[in-house]
Ligand binder design. Sequence first.
Ligand SMILES: Nc1nc2c(ncn2[C@@H]2O[C@H](COP(=O)(O)OP(=O)(O)OP(=O)(O)O)[C@@H](O)[C@H]2O)c(=O)[nH]1
Ligand SMILES: [Mg+2]
Length: 261
Amino acid sequence: MPLNAVKLAADELESPADNKDVSAAAPRPVAKLAVVVPTLCEAENIRVVLDRIRQSLDPLGFPYELIVVDDDSRDGIDTIVQEITETDPRVRLLVRKGERGLGGAVLYGWQHTDAEILGVIDADLQHPPELLPQLWKAVESGNDVVLASRYAPRGGLDNWHPARHLLSRMAIWMTYPLQKPGISVKDPMAGFFMVRRSSLRNVDLHNRGFKILLEILVRADVRSVTEIPFTFGPRRAGASKANLRVGLDYFALLFRLWRSK
Ligand SMILES: Nc1nc2c(ncn2[C@@H]2O[C@H](COP(=O)(O)OP(=O)(O)OP(=O)(O)O)[C@@H](O)[C@H]2O)c(=O)[nH]1
Ligand SMILES: [Mg+2]
């Protein structure tokens, strides 16, 4: 399972509390962040999204890396990302061959980093990279999970067809009996979030499907969550990958979570 490696890395990670040489007065080291950008045919968007992510994170001056996980799109994205990597080694490209799936791609990226804070953002700029500093600060200040939320007060959806909006609402409604009391959120299907690696230490996440936040909220060791409102904008370029299969995978996930409860 991909997350075994995440678990291993988490166990090996030295926390400040383990370090006996750290004096009480020493400043707490700033946790490293890894943001996965999952891509399937996003060559038109990748340069812009990576530029905007770096522009929003650089002023904070902390360690981070950006991991593009591409499912062998063969649309020229590898050439574009390699070129960026040569001038900025914080940007990495992982190409999965013979595999598909957003959730699996995200877990694969997290598996290939030692960062303590793990994040994900879509490549099509429906998630504004300018929100990343706010998400990161909310995790740094102690939350286990921080998500950019379409359904929190002041959040929203730009130009969604009413039928898609209704389906999305119904899909969220079905999660309420599954979500843990105390950390229940309004947008458990969000695709733009950060989670502490330590929260994933004792859980094997399923690597299929489109939505991994819900499974993290239900099955991982998450004790605190914050939702940061944002407006889910229109896709910048390229085509959506959300399809009937994604819907069916979602019902399979709900069923699995119900059964394991
Ligand atoms: N690596 C990888 N990435 C994927 C896969 N499916 C989707 N993605 C990426 O996941 C992100 C979200 O996919 P979208 O197609 O934008 O899904 P969506 O935002 O829910 O749907 P739209 O609102 O219609 O765009 C994008 O960056 C996609 O390129 C996949 O199978 N593998
Ligand atoms: Mg999209």
